[in-house]
Ligand binder design. Structure first.
Ligand SMILES: NC(=O)c1ccc[n+]([C@@H]2O[C@H](COP(=O)([O-])OP(=O)(O)OC[C@H]3O[C@@H](n4cnc5c(N)ncnc54)[C@H](OP(=O)(O)O)[C@@H]3O)[C@@H](O)[C@H]2O)c1
Length: 244
């Protein structure tokens, strides 16, 4: 089902994005990697070893023109864009009292506006194709809120509203749009947390451990193989948030 498809994963130089790119490559999809810096030769080789094509495009997705150039370069190289995973994201944690307007906007611009920038540019291509899968990375924090993360939680809650609206707009052309809301996943992002915060967090997780990047990647593959699921938010959080 995913063989020879074109899959774009933003923010795929490391962490969850890298694992998602590798998971799709193992299913036979051609992969477009993205980050702000230079490409990783080692990652490109790992993906090529799956017998698929890999194409790295440096772009800072918070800038509309860079997101547009990214999507257009993919279309030019592969002709179709089958799956887009909006994974690029950042944190900049501070209590609200100390959070400046710049601190707030920095996170909104990458996590929410960056996701909009990519979807807005890919939507016309997918509408013409009459097919496509969009997967956005939200967070449990976007659903529950978290002290010290007003900017991040707001951006990830925004991603949920964006996901559901786009799902409704594009459904009639067979395009799905869903979000994944991870809890604590072991990556550079969570490695920044102190040992005390990590220990406390684990105690609040019913499965009593952080998730792996593969846990999230498996969910992305599941969504890409599920054309009758749209407008949903799937929590990958060890049971942290059990919605009614
Ligand atoms: N880890 C968790 O526990 C967790 C939980 C919930 C949700 N999430 C979400 O999952 C996603 C991935 O998280 P992660 O933990 O894997 O993060 P990470 O290890 O910090 O990696 C973030 C990736 O995004 C890229 N990136 C950052 N800003 C970018 C920009 N403006 N344009 C393009 N690429 C950009 C980074 O590449 P460069 O630095 O090379 O640009 C990197 O590849 C994020 O959206 C995050 O909010 C993570």
């Amino acid at each position: 089902m995913l063989k020879n498809k074109t899959v774009v994963v933003t923010g795929s130089s490391r962490g969850i994005g890298k694992a998602i790119a590798l998971a799709f490559a193992r299913k036979g999809a051609n992969i477009v990697l993205n980050g702000r810096g230079p490409s990783s030769e080692a990652l490109e080789k790992e993906i090529q070893a799956c017998g698929v094509e890999v194409f790295y495009i440096a772009a800072d997705i918070q800038h509309y023109e860079e997101a547009k150039a990214l999507i257009h370069a993919v279309k030019e190289r592969f002709g179709t864009i089958d799956v887009v995973v909006n994974n690029a994201g950042i944190t900049n944690d501070k209590l609200i009292m100390r959070m400046t307007e710049a601190d707030f906007m920095k996170v909104i611009n990458v996590n929410l506006k960056g996701t909009f920038n990519v979807i807005q540019n890919v939507s016309s291509i997918m509408l013409k194709q009459r097919s496509g899968t969009i997967i956005n990375l939200s967070s449990v924090v976007g659903l529950s809120g978290n002290s010290g993360q007003a900017n991040y939680a707001a951006s990830k809650a925004g991603v949920v509203g964006l996901t559901k609206s786009v799902a409704r707009e594009l459904a009639s052309r067979g395009i799905t749009c869903n979000a994944i809301a991870p809890g604590f996943i072991t990556t550079d992002m969570t490695n920044e947390l102190s040992d005390k915060v990590k220990e406390n967090s684990q105690q609040q997780i019913p499965l009593k451990r952080f998730g792996s990047v593969e846990d999230v990647a498996n969910t992305a593959i599941f969504l890409a193989k599920s054309p009758y699921i749209t407008g949903q938010v799937i929590n990958v959080d060890g049971g942290m948030l059990m919605n009614g």
